[in-house]
Ligand binder design. Structure first.
Ligand SMILES: [Zn+2]
Length: 129
């Protein structure tokens, strides 16, 4: 995955994390007060440029908001970003698949940025339940 893509997902994860913790307002201030402090107009434009993807998350956020486990998944995903293996399916890697075949589809990550597994593995897990 490209560095700027990973950075984008990191932002998404941070937003999600902050939202789940209930301090999203504080995070927004931290994230956007940086270089252009005191310029509200610019901040909101920047927010829009960040892509609607972050705000498309609204729906899934509502579904997971009460789930404490999600916070753990998010910090796990952030650790994967630091380790450089973000976006790779953990089960595929476990099965010894090469990285190129273990990638989680981007659309899936956009919907669930903390997903640990690709859709195929997730389906396998469902079946085993
Ligand atoms: Zn997989």
């Amino acid at each position: 995955m490209k560095t700027d893509e990973v950075r984008e997902f990191r932002t998404l994860l941070k937003l999600l994390q902050a939202r789940l913790r209930g301090d999203v307002e504080q995070l927004k201030e931290e994230a956007f007060s940086g270089s252009e402090s005191g310029n509200d107009q610019r901040s909101s434009n920047h927010m829009a440029e960040m892509g609607s993807d972050a705000w498309d998350l609204e729906f899934s956020l509502q579904l997971v908001e009460s789930d404490q486990g999600v916070l753990e998944e998010i910090s796990h995903a952030l650790k994967k970003i630091d380790a450089g293996n973000y976006g790779l399916c953990e089960l595929c890697i476990e099965q010894g698949k090469p990285e190129a075949k273990a990638r989680i589809a981007k659309a899936r990550l956009q919907a669930i940025p903390y997903a640990r597994n690709c859709i195929e593995c997730e389906r396998q897990k469902e079946k085993r339940r």
